[in-house]
Write a protein that binds this ligand. Structure first.
Ligand SMILES: [Zn+2]
Length: 443
């Protein structure tokens, strides 16, 4: 017999029952069937015997040893007995209790460390500030679009990723992520619900969807509606940044349409396909409007769907043709003088808050041809430099008038023009050569 019994009873009938329950021959076979042991007092069902015996007799399987301490293993029924010696799957009761306490202690220490790290982060966030003036034009534009979604929380409160979903028709929250990674938007651990932050390899991590974000104060203006206006009312002059933001947005607007069509026709595009399409669409958007490219997406997906029904083709193979078909359609359009059809924005396909901002500030939307949209953005830096020249000219005239040196100033100016300077260059040169004359007016 490989089972050692420990009795918690002195009742001879109970001792006899337990002994009969566990009695086995040399091969490990039980001498009596469990059904032969009932009825015993109030127990009439054989299925209840093991549990009943357990109440007054503990059995240890000598064929098993605890994998931690090599001590005996307590078993509760015949099915737990092993025929050959082995280490137990689970540790013995005493070791399990030690492990449980160790785990509790580990969690307690981790919780203390988490709270320490969170306290440090909370302290940092309370005093964090950035320079609104140093923000790039595209960052300001995204903030303007976020403000439109969550007013007045961008100026005073916090907001979540979910609040920013409606920024764009496709991957709306990616614009928030961009600001967060760029150090423009911070997270506020105090405002987040508990469980948002956790430690991984002793580093503070968070569940993105539970984060509470906020726009930190400006280092000189502080936080609030007035400071925020310096961002939302910024004169945008960076052609390149705004062109790229428009293209990112417009690519998303086209992709959203494509994905919707693929869903309807059960085409699955993988990550690489989508990246290829993203690049092709971006290229196409330099010439065509979003709504013209919607037509291309519609056509290509429909062609792939009919291909999928052909012999030797399947949905997977057909979907794989989509990236190249889009490229071909755009190349064909280049050769054949454009795309003569366009689709309307579908009912549930939002333009998003960024789309509304592009329309309000630049009068462009899905129907604006790519060339025209890019020309509008190219104009931004031209306008800005023209504005600068006007400023310099005004200051020059005022400086000359206020010092009563108009004639002298005009002679100097004429001389520089004769020397070959253009208007802009002549003004710059005059200011450089006579800083005192123009020092008051020219800041
Ligand atoms: Zn043990």
């Amino acid at each position: 017999m490989t089972v050692r019994l420990e009795f918690q009873t002195q009742d001879p009938e109970e001792i006899a029952l337990a002994t009969r329950y566990w009695a086995m021959n040399e091969d490990g076979g039980y001498l009596e069937k469990v059904s032969e042991l009932v009825p015993f007092r109030e127990v009439t069902q054989s299925g209840l015997i093991a549990k009943y015996v357990w109440t007054f007799c503990h059995a240890f399987d000598e064929n098993q040893a605890c994998r931690k301490c090599e001590g005996p293993i307590l078993i509760t029924s015949r099915t737990d007995v092993k025929k050959q010696f082995q280490l137990s799957e689970a540790p013995c009761e005493a070791c399990s209790e030690i492990l449980r306490l160790e785990e509790l202690e580990r969690r307690r220490v981790a919780e203390v460390e988490l709270q320490n790290q969170l306290a440090t982060r909370i302290d940092y966030m309370r005093t964090a500030s950035i320079s609104y003036a140093d923000l790039t034009d595209d960052q300001c534009f995204i903030l303007l679009a976020i403000d439109a979604l969550i007013t007045p929380r961008l100026a005073h409160g916090t907001f979540t990723e979910d609040d920013c979903e409606a920024l764009a028709p496709w991957e709306g929250t990616s614009y928030l992520t961009r600001l967060f990674r760029g150090g423009v938007i911070f997270d506020d651990p105090e405002a987040a619900r508990s469980g948002t932050y956790y430690l991984q390899d002793e580093k503070l991590q968070a569940i993105p969807s539970s984060l509470q974000f906020f726009l930190p104060a400006d280092e000189s203006l502080g936080r609030g509606a007035e400071a925020l206006e310096t961002i939302t009312e910024r004169q945008l002059t960076d052609s390149e940044a705004m062109t790229n933001l428009w293209l990112d947005y417009a690519v998303g607007d086209v992709l959203r349409y494509l994905m919707e069509q693929c869903r309807v026709y059960s085409h699955d595009l993988d990550y690489e396909d989508i990246e290829k399409i993203r690049a092709t669409v971006r290229f196409g958007l330099h010439t065509y409007s979003v709504s013209q490219l919607w037509f291309i997406m519609w056509k290509v997906v429909r062609d792939a769907a009919s291909l999928a029904n052909r012999e030797y083709y399947n949905r997977y193979k057909a979907a794989a043709t989509i990236p190249n078909k889009i490229r071909k359609q755009i190349e064909r359009a280049e050769k054949q003088g454009g795309i003569d059809r366009y689709w309307e924005r579908p009912e549930l396909h939002i333009a998003g808050s960024l789309g509304v901002a592009f329309l309000t500030l630049f009068e462009i939307d899905e129907s604006t041809e790519g060339k025209q949209a890019l020309a509008i953005f190219a104009q931004l830096s031209v306008q800005a430099s023209t504005g600068e020249v006007h400023g310099v000219a005004n200051n020059f005239m005022q400086g000359a008038l206020s010092r009563n040196v108009s004639f002298w100033a005009m002679e100097q100016f004429a001389g520089l023009i004769r020397a070959g300077f253009d208007t802009n260059g002549a003004l710059d040169e005059l200011v450089r050569l006579n800083p005192e004359t123009f020092s008051v007016a020219i800041s």
